[in-house]
Structures are given as C-alpha cells and as structure tokens.
Write a protein that binds this ligand. Structure first.
Ligand code: SF4
Length: 721
C-alpha cells in the first residue's frame, strides 16, 4: 500500500479509513487480467486511476502515480467508484411501460416505438414539441453526438443539458469578460500563488484532490482567503474567512474592489493596456465602503479591508470560485464582479496568477463545449451567429436553414412540458426529478408528457416516469475523452463491455437516428470516429481541438485546448501577455450593482436555506447512493443548524425537524454545527422523493445563464410535535 499523503491522512482523520488502496475485504477476486489506465467518473478533477479487470469485470484499482493531476491520490468517491459495476440494480434489457409497470422488451421494438412516437408528436405538434436533455458527465464524443442528433435527426431547437444546473453562470461570465469559457490557469499554478481567494467552493468535499494544491500553496507561504456562509473544511485552515450572508456575493466583491481602488492597489498599466470598462466599475464600487458592504453581506468591515490588503500584498494571486457564487439569479453578475477584482489587479495570464471556476461534473468543461447546449454549435460556436451556422451546416452537409435556432434551456424545457408546449422528451444521463428545484412541479410535468424515453444505466427517479427505458453504459464500458476543469482533454479507456443487453450510449442514439431517416449523418463505428469528427468540426472555433488525437492525448497525459494543429503543444495557461479573446484582444469589466436574491427572508420565512454537496455523494446520487460504503458515510440528508439558532428554537442535535419554504416542506434530522451562520440552514441535495432538498429550492432563473437559484431561498423551521 502506498504511503499516505497529507490529504489522505486528512480524510482518514475526518471520514475514517477510506483512502486505502485496498477495497474492503481485500482483492477477493484474485489477480487481474489487465490494468487499464483511465479516469474517475465523478468530479471535474478527473483523477487518473488504473482499473483492475478480470473476466470482463472491474475487480479493483491501483493508483496511477504518473498522471500529473492527482499523482495516484484519490478521494473517497474515487476509491469506491468501481463498486457500482456489478450492482444488482443495473438494467440489462430495454424496458417498456405497461399498465402493470415496466416489462422487458427488445431493442428493435423499443427503438422502433421511440422513433414512431417522435415522428407522431412532431407531425402533430411541430418539431420543437419534442425535446432532448443531455448530461455533462458524458464524454465529449457523446456531447457532440447529442447536439448533432437533436439538430439533424430530431430537427428540434429544444436541446439542453444538466450543466445548466452547474457551470453556466461561470461559462457565460467568462465569455463576457474574456471572450472564452475556460479556467485561465492549469491547476499546477495554484501552489505558485501567494494569495488565494476561494469564493463559494467547498473544495475539500466537492473537488477533494484539489485540496492538495491549496495545501501546497499554503506550504509555500500563500495566504488563503475563503468566502462562504459555512466554515467548510478548507476554511478551517484559512488565513481569513469571510462568512458572507447567502445571496450577497456581488456586494462583497464590490466591497473588496472598493478598498483596492481606494488604496490605489490596482494595476493601472495592465488596466489601460489590456482591458475596457474599468471607469464604470470604479464608479460603481465607490458606494461599497467596507461599512456599507458589511451591512449587506454580514462580513465585518475589518475583514473586507484585510482581504484587499492580503490580495494586494501578494503580488501574484489566484481567484477560484464554484457553485456557491454561481447558483443564483444573479450568478453571472456575481462571477463578473469577482473577475473585476482579478482584472483590476492585473493578476492574470502569468504563472501563479489567474482565475478559474472549479468544474463540478466529470465533464463539466467538455460537456459545455461541443454543441449540446441550446445556444451552441460544435467548437463553442454560437447558434445565433450566421457565419457559425453556415460553417457547421457545411461541415455536416445540411442546409443552413435546416439548423434550428436557439431553443429553451433545461429548466425552461421542464416549464414548457408543464404548460403543454413540449409533448415528448428523450433524456440521457439526467435526473431532473432530483436535480431541478421545486421537484413537485417537475413530477407533475413528467406526468404530462405524451411520450418519454430515457437512456441511463440505472433506473433513476426520473426514468421511472419513462415509457421506454434504454439500458446504456457506464463510463468504463466505452472509449472517449473528457475535458477536466482546468481545460485538459484526457482519454477514457474501455475496460469492460456493457453487461446483459445494455449498449453503448452512442450506439443507442445512432440507432434512433437511423430510424429517423438520418443514417447518412450517423455512420460511426466507434467513439474514436466520433472524436475525429468532433475535432474536425471544432477547427477554427474558440474551443479548437483539431490538433488532438487519441494517441497524442494518451502520450501527453492530456492536452489543453485550444490546440489548433497536431504540432501545437496545447494551451495550459490562457491570456499570456495580456492577450484576451475579444476581437480587440482586451478583457472587459462589467459594472452590475448588487441586487437581492429572488426570494429574500421575511417574517414568515426568516432563515436562509442553502444547498450543496457532501464528500461521499455525487450530484443526484444515481451512482453514489448505490455504493454501500459511500452510503454508510452519509446515509441521509441532515440539516445543518448553528447552536445559537438551535438553542433559540429548542432543537437538539439529531432531532427531526420540518424545514418549510414556499414550495414545500421536508422532515429531516438536525445536525447542530458551529460551522454555519446562525441565520442559515444547509441541506445536501443528493437524495430523492421526501428526502430531496429540491422540494424546497426556488426555480427562479438567472436572466443570462438560466441557472436556478439553488443557493438561497427563504425558509423556516417547524418542530415536529
Ligand atoms: Fe478525483 Fe474528483 Fe474522483 Fe475524487 S471525485 S477521485 S477528486 S475525480
């Protein structure tokens, strides 16, 4: 067994002996036939792992120490990931709903019926009455295929993906400020920073292996500043913690920038040479004095001043953020406000200086690049741009006029199902019943569909409403690539074949395209062929992968895009020399005044509710709620509540309480912790039905990114009699 590193020891201390490289019970299944180098199927760090395979089964794993990102280390989820392979819940044949429940059916019958229902609905109600929902945990190849399938085979404008619930606020803001949507720096720059601001990111639980990079930075003398309503594990060793009131992030960013401007701690040379729009931001932040900002955010004025001082004195620094500032009706404005700090300081485009959004889903980066978003074509192209449309139509060999326009986003698709505008749905690797706010509305919408087909490897909660269920494939059952949160495209290797009659996802999509009369556009024999088409389609786009091949990616331990030709080394760090991706080469400041959340606290609902993840679970829990050891670690949702509030309400640790919002209520045990603001409750969102936090959350959307406001709504506690 490998020697434990500091993060591994941390997890042992905090969560018990999970980071061991020996699964519980040891290697019971004997020596493997082969070791396959691939990547973890969970978060955007995409740690390298070697799967041990015997008799077409994954029986364990070994560390892959040469992969530079995690160097053999894994978090509790990565360690247990392979335990779902032999899970008895795996669906092994297509299912068809009957009046008595699901019956097994044949591939021919299920594909034929789905194609004929699509044709019936589209003939009766129009092409856009049939929608497609994809996922950001799928490979780049599948993301590309999904987009092409929706535009050519279905001819619908209504395709979107579950990254709409994740990274889209950051993506939109990055495009607006920099002209490109990608982390500006490789993770290897983190330990070189002299100050780090980490805003709204519970790194230790959501992207655990990145904790190692933060600790390396600290060991190198970096000052760490954490902004969060909760004292998350990473905050416990921070130099400065700013306990922001939920929903006030942009005000806090303005307050920090106010102090930087007031002290003249901004880089005038950089601002003048490489940016536009600073004057408006400088004028905007004038009123956000530390005292005024304290009133809005609850963060002491002295901490705001100290934050600005640490940031300035560092000389080079990085700002990282995640869903904590993005899951808001002003998620884009929050991100832009933090980017203002980076640009004003000139801390970007240099080693150890820069900016990044930490990607939540396994392929959160690549999943948003290749055309499965409602407003996007391959290569990160804009579906509303006539030149981009012409280019991709040419490439696909179709008329530009046949490409649908921009369609609805994921939550809007659910809303349109609710109103009857959309009648049919095909979804893949998306579980909206658990992951979209106001789940009772989602449930009613699903019941209204005239036809619903679903592709997944487990019968997730949403799939139970399907008319046809197609058994798809796990990550290790196919080839492909994903693009990590730092913009590095890495290769997934096929380890085993799908069990029973389950099929590779792309073969299922292709089978449907065939029946919909689009066979000539979908003649792929492997994921590798899809990748070749994807890279060619991306050529000349912002997200240019055209210099990548599977062989190169494998040999080079991943390649950072843009990579426009086979001799190009890839681009680990963006914006070097202050060159940004807007036509004039300059970055843009944006001046958005702070505005309150869609639903603020009042006398009826006096507490803030915020939601998020725990380390042993992943997204809607379809995979992790089936892995016993992970379930044992955190079996059901708990409601974090501060001791002062608990005492005031007479609530004891472990006591069941009711948390109520304007959308619903749920009963769950209280977890009394000192690590949360006394005016805020926290509930993790990985469970379904009566245990779903999204029964309570607010579906109000950011006007630009269309992300829902998961991170703040108003609630109250009622004691159970
Ligand atoms: Fe690495 Fe993320 Fe997988 Fe954990 S969940 S092993 S941090 S990729």
């Amino acid at each position: 067994m490998a020697t434990l590193t500091q993060p591994e020891q941390h997890y042992i201390d905090r969560y018990g002996p999970t980071p061991s490289y020996v699964p519980a019970g040891g290697w019971e299944n004997g020596e493997p036939d082969k070791l396959v180098k691939t990547h973890c199927c969970f978060c955007g760090v995409q740690c390298g792992i070697q799967l041990k395979v015997k008799d077409n089964k994954v029986i364990g794993f070994e560390p892959w120490e040469e992969f530079p990102v995690n160097q053999g280390k894994l978090c509790p989820k990565g360690v247990k990931r392979y335990l779902q392979n032999e899970h008895p819940d795996r669906i092994l044949a297509p299912l068809e709903r009957t009046e008595h429940g699901f019956n097994e059916t044949t591939w021919e019958q299920s594909l034929d019926r789905t194609a004929s229902e699509i044709q019936r609905i589209q003939a009766q109600y129009g092409k856009d009455a049939f929608a497609f929902l994809g996922g950001a945990s799928m490979t780049n190849e599948k993301a590309y295929l999904n987009g092409k399938f929706a535009r050519i085979a279905l001819g619908t404008k209504n395709i979107d993906y579950n990254g709409r619930l994740c990274m889209v606020s950051a993506g939109a803001a990055n495009k607006m400020a920099f002209g490109i949507d990608r982390c500006a720096n490789p993770w290897s720059d983190i330990p070189k920073a002299k100050a780090l601001i980490i805003a709204g990111s519970n790194i230790a639980e959501c992207f655990p292996i990145l904790t190692d990079y933060v600790w390396k930075a600290r060991d190198n003398g970096c000052k760490i500043i954490i902004i969060d309503p909760r004292i998350t594990p990473i905050a416990r060793t921070a130099d400065l913690f700013l306990p922001v009131r939920p929903g006030r992030d942009s005000a806090l960013a303005h307050g920090i920038l106010h102090e930087l401007v007031k002290q003249d701690w901004v880089d005038h040379e950089f601002i003048n040479a490489h940016t536009n729009g600073f004057e408006a931001v400088r004028d905007l932040v004038k009123e956000y004095t530390p005292e005024y900002t304290e009133k809005i955010t609850g963060v002491p004025a002295s901490s705001i001043i100290e934050c600005a001082k640490i940031w300035h004195e560092a000389g080079n620094a990085m700002l990282l953020h995640a869903r904590g500032i993005e899951h808001h009706t002003k998620g884009v404005e929050n991100v832009l406000s933090y980017i203002n700090i980076v640009l004003a300081s000139g801390y970007i485009g240099k080693e150890g200086s820069g900016y990044g959004t930490i990607t939540g889903q396994g392929n959160g980066q690549g999943g948003r690049e290749h055309g499965q978003r409602c407003n996007q074509l391959p290569g990160g192209r804009d579906i509303n741009n006539p030149e981009h449309r012409e280019h991709i139509a040419d490439f696909w060999g179709v008329e530009e006029s046949s490409l649908p326009p921009e369609g609805l986003t994921a939550c809007e698709i659910l809303n349109a199902i609710e109103t009857g505008e959309i009648k049919g749905l095909l979804s893949i690797s998306f579980n909206p019943l658990v992951s979209i706010p106001d789940s009772e509305r989602t449930r009613k919408a699903l019941e209204k569909l005239e036809f619903f087909a679903c592709i997944d490897f487990f019968l997730n909660e949403t799939a139970r409403y399907a008319d046809i269920f197609f058994p798809g494939s796990l990550q290790e059952e196919d080839e492909g690539t994903v693009t990590t949160g730092e913009g590095r495209c890495v290769r997934l290797r096929n380890s085993v074949s799908p069990p029973g009659q389950a099929r590779l996802d792309w073969q299922i999509i292709q089978g449907l395209a065939d029946r919909l009369g689009a066979k000539k556009h979908f003649n792929f024999n492997s994921a590798g062929e899809i990748f070749q088409e994807l890279t060619a389609a991306s050529k000349g786009g912002t997200n240019d992968y055209s210099g990548m091949t599977y062989d190169r990616i494998e040999k080079e331990n991943g390649i950072f895009w843009p990579c426009p030709d086979t001799e190009h080394p890839g681009t680990p760090r963006l914006f070097e020399g202050g060159q940004f991706n807007h036509p004039d080469g300059k970055a843009k400041f944006f001046a958005h005044p702070y505005r309150a959340p869609d639903e603020d606290v009042d006398s009826d609902f006096p507490l803030f509710l915020t939601t998020g993840r725990v380390v042993s679970q992943y997204l809607s829990g379809t995979q992790t709620r089936r892995i016993g050891n992970l379930v044992d670690q955190y079996p059901e949702p708990l409601c974090e509540i501060h001791p002062l509030l608990a005492e005031k309400l007479g609530i004891r640790d472990g006591e069941k309480i009711t948390v109520k919002t304007r959308r619903g209520d749920m009963q769950l045990p209280a977890q009394v912790v000192k690590t949360i603001r006394p005016d805020t409750l926290f509930i993790p969102y990985h469970w379904a039905g009566k245990k779903a936090a999204n029964q309570l959350t607010n579906r109000a959307l950011d006007p630009i990114s269309k992300i829902p406001e998961f991170k703040v709504c108003a609630c109250r506690i009622e004691k159970l009699s």
